[in-house]
Design a protein around this ligand. Structure first.
Ligand code: SAH
Length: 196
């Protein structure tokens, strides 16, 4: 299909926060994603105690799931409401601290220490702030990024990955002339050129 119709679309961070405020969050799923279940061994390489990154995390239930398996989870999300709902809905006590490197950002961390969620834009992060990761779960992230920011997003993600890491990416396939997105249609050829 012709993806040209979506290329100029921009959803601002403010609009994302409003989606959370108005409950316009149909992308959130209460059940863990079947593809994460299916490809768990690809993500973890059968190792435990990994650092797993959730870009544009929302309140994805898979974060709790991977933490319960013994991994350490880091997420980033522009909506503080989403992050607070995550901790509340899983009955997880947390503490809140400022992130000195990013003005206005907060990091909310489960008291057990294994889930750390940054409230800021992903573009504010760098490996000097969050370190590098053994695994990435990208569902509703690349496809939610504004089309004009895709290269910037992927270049950043690559800098956050350890040498022996795995990146699980979920995309959606549909006719981009029929829906404006997000989620945006990212053709496989573009994924190949973005990630190299
Ligand atoms: N990955 C989650 C959420 C997908 S929806 C899931 O699977 O449920 C995309 C999320 O990204 C929204 O919660 C939105 O608030 C957040 N978001 C959008 N732009 C962002 C940015 N630049 N940095 C961090 N989070 C962002």
């Amino acid at each position: 299909g012709d993806v040209g119709s979506q290329m100029d679309r921009v959803v601002t961070e403010q609009e994302w926060r409003q989606k959370w405020e108005t409950g316009n969050t149909g992308f959130h799923k209460e059940q863990g994603h079947p593809l994460l279940r299916k490809y768990l061994d690809v993500l973890s390489n059968c190792r435990s105690g990994l650092r797993i990154f959730f870009p544009l995390c929302g309140k994805a239930v898979e974060m709790k799931w991977l933490a319960d398996m013994g991994h350490s989870v880091v997420g980033v999300e522009v909506s503080e409401q989403a992050v607070k709902e995550f901790f509340a809905e899983h009955n997880l006590p947390y503490s809140e601290e400022a992130v000195p490197e990013i003005s206005g950002a907060k990091m909310l961390q489960s008291t057990s220490g294994n889930i750390s969620l940054y409230c800021c834009s992903i573009y504010d992060l760098s490996s000097s702030i969050v370190g590098k990761f053994d695994g990435v779960w990208d569902r509703g992230a690349l496809v939610a990024v504004n089309p004009c920011d895709r290269q910037r997003y992927v270049s950043l993600m690559i800098t956050l990955m350890e040498k022996n890491s795995s990146y699980l990416l979920v995309t959606v396939s549909y006719d981009p002339n029929k829906h404006k997105g997000p989620p945006f249609y990212v053709p496989e050829s573009e994924i190949k050129s973005l990630f190299g």
